[in-house]
Write a new protein. Structure first.
Lengths: 166, 438
């Protein structure tokens, strides 16, 4: 009887291990869903924003500002762009977004989710100069952050659940 | 039954052991790779800071343009490399603000000196500042070299939770030197920089900033009235109210036009002067029914109805069934690029769904200048191998936000097209912009 119980525990452990292996395999083969942007009508040469930069910015907006009002989404994109312009931050959108520990959505992988149309539009508006934060460099959700330093920064604006600071 | 059970259990144990082993080795390989990456970044940071100290010291004694130019180029290269290394380390930038600030200042001063290279003694203007920066870079370098001498290889960047802990706490709260000596060393360097005068470390890098809209302060009611006057069609049937105030570089009122069932429209009004800075409408445009020409005409009509001066459409861009039309003001036949306006038009019904006029409002003053060179004379300053497709006078901004009267040449070089701006007063090549293929 005791031996049977030991076998049972072994079996459960083995099943758990096998499940872990299967989960890991599934995670490895899953590729974030992505779609090539629809091609636009042919145009004469012009100044343009790279589609991949817009897409990355929109993904960050989608992940960081889910459930926020449209102005709040534009504001998140604007903060990223303000950092790109600022000499103390990396000078590319990818550099700012992927800066170690700068954004939670990079650490938890939600940055890889496809951006919805509203986020794309919000990122596009910000890239064309709309900045609801007047140059803010940081934002945080007061209900979630434990960072005391960021709470000492001068508040520029509150939009939805986010506080934007300079 | 017993005969079957034993091999099954044995097999399961083997599978379990294999899975656990593979996990262990995968995790170990990953951590080693991560550790190697962080060590490379840290060691390269030390190498680049060391090189920077050497180059700055040489610049202080260099007296010929050849040596000065070479030194400045090297300093800039090393600053960029050090900034990249710092960004690769698992430390949030907040805690190392002084070191980052120092790198940014070295970069700014080097750029300033390099831009004055056409002068006989370009470094004289910034020599004092370079000397101060050299002292600070030398301090950082000495500390970093001391850390390397202590045996950086004996420590780890990837101690579980270590760098997360460091990044979330201020230096005063981080009492983890035993577990994270490298992290602690960097924070100590940061703290040690306190011994330099505070004036050497402004809280923000001195940045050249574009001018901002100005005017007499307005009330909230006036802001609502300004928004209503700007968007009368959208305002009809909507409730307009000031819903937010923005502090920062220039104070603004956020006016929201809300209506049940409709997406709220946001209009930002400058507190000083009551200028409409931008408008955003989140409506998703589902289909494309209008041509680009028709939509551009809607945008032009929108600006004309609001009394804007003569403008020219310089760029269009499609995004999600919207057309972004970029205009610049034309004054006496001259394109005034600083005064830029952007209007977004919906492709289903021609509605204006976005407007951006911050630059237009900020650059209200246009510097009057008379060209010294004729268009033909300016043409001689364009590289001979380029085919000139078009040319016209244009006012542009230099990196210091100074207005320059230029001739804009659209040229073709191989498969690429460029805009080349030749200063209309002295023939200097002010700016080159590459046009992306459509």
């Amino acid at each position: 009887m005791r031996l049977q119980r030991v076998y049972l525990i072994y079996a459960v452990l083995c099943l758990a291990a096998a499940s872990l292996v299967v989960i890991q395999w599934i995670n490895q083969v899953q590729v974030p869903e992505d779609k090539t942007p629809e091609s636009e009508p042919e145009k004469t040469p012009r100044l343009t924003i790279k589609d991949n930069e817009l897409d990355l910015l929109a993904r960050a907006v989608h992940a960081e500002a889910k459930g926020e009002p449209y102005e709040g989404k534009v504001a998140v994109a604007a903060v990223i762009l303000n950092r790109v312009e600022h000499p103390e931050f990396p000078n590319t959108i990818a550099g700012v977004i992927y800066e170690p520990l700068a954004f939670q959505v990079v650490a938890n992988g939600t940055i890889n989710q496809k951006a919805d149309e509203v986020s794309l539009q919000a990122a596009y508006d910000a890239l064309h100069g709309v900045d609801p934060t007047n140059g803010a460099l940081y934002f945080y959700n007061p209900a979630k952050t434990r960072n005391r330093w960021i709470r000492t920064r001068p508040v520029v604006k509150k939009i939805g659940r986010h506080i934007f600071t300079s | 039954m017993q005969r079957i059970k034993t091999p099954v259990i044995f097999t399961l144990i083997v599978i379990l052991a294999a899975a656990a082993g593979s996990q262990y080795y995968a995790n170990r390989a990953y951590r080693l790779q991560l550790e190697a990456g962080y060590r490379r970044a840290f060691r390269e940071l030390a190498v680049h800071i060391d090189g920077m100290e050497t180059e700055l010291s040489k610049l202080l004694v260099a007296n010929s343009p050849t040596q000065q130019f070479g030194g400045l180029a090297n300093v800039l290269r090393l600053v960029y490399a050090a900034q990249a290394n710092l960004g690769q380390l698992p430390i949030h930038g907040l805690n190392l603000a002084r070191i980052e600030n120092l790198l940014a200042r070295v970069q700014a001063v080097a750029v300033e000196a390099a831009q004055g290279m056409h002068e006989t003694k370009p470094l004289n203007a910034v020599r004092n500042e370079l000397s101060q920066l050299y002292e600070q870079v030398r301090y950082v370098n000495n500390e970093l070299q001391a850390q390397l001498a202590l045996g950086e290889h004996k420590t780890s960047w990837t101690v579980r939770g270590g760098f997360m802990y460091a990044s979330l706490l201020s230096p005063a709260e981080t009492a983890f030197g035993e577990q994270q000596p490298l992290m602690q060393a960097l924070l100590m360097i940061e703290d040690g920089m306190d011994r330099f005068y505070d004036s050497d470390f402004p809280s923000e890098i001195k940045r050249l900033k574009a001018p901002l809209p100005t005017g007499e302060p307005i009330s909230e009611a006036e802001a609502v009235a300004a928004a209503k006057a700007f968007m009368p069609e959208q305002a009809a049937g909507r409730e307009l109210a000031v819903t937010n105030l923005t502090e920062g570089e220039f104070p603004t009122y956020t006016v929201t036009a809300a209506a049940g069932g409709k997406d709220p429209i946001t209009i930002e009004i400058a507190k000083d002067g009551g200028h409409v800075l931008w408008m955003i409408n989140p409506r998703i445009v589902q289909k494309r029914q209008l041509t680009e020409g028709e939509m551009a005409a809607y945008a032009v009509q929108f600006l004309q109805e609001r009394g804007f001066p003569e403008v020219e459409l310089v760029d269009t861009d499609w995004n999600l069934n919207r057309l972004m039309c970029s205009f610049v003001v034309v004054e006496e036949g001259v394109l005034v690029y600083p005064r830029q306006l952007k209007v977004q038009v919906a492709a289903d019904n021609g509605e204006i769904v976005g407007y951006q006029g911050l630059a237009y409002q900020a650059f209200a003053y246009i510097r009057k200048a008379t060209p010294v060179l004729s268009p033909e004379q300016a043409r001689a300053f364009v590289i001979e191998t380029a085919e000139i497709l078009e040319q016209r006078p244009a006012v542009i901004l230099d990196p210091n936000f100074e207005q320059k009267l230029t001739y804009e040449f659209r040229v073709k070089q191989g498969p690429d097209q460029f805009l080349i701006y030749i200063n209309a007063e002295n023939g200097a090549e002010e700016k080159i912009t590459r046009l992306e293929p459509g």
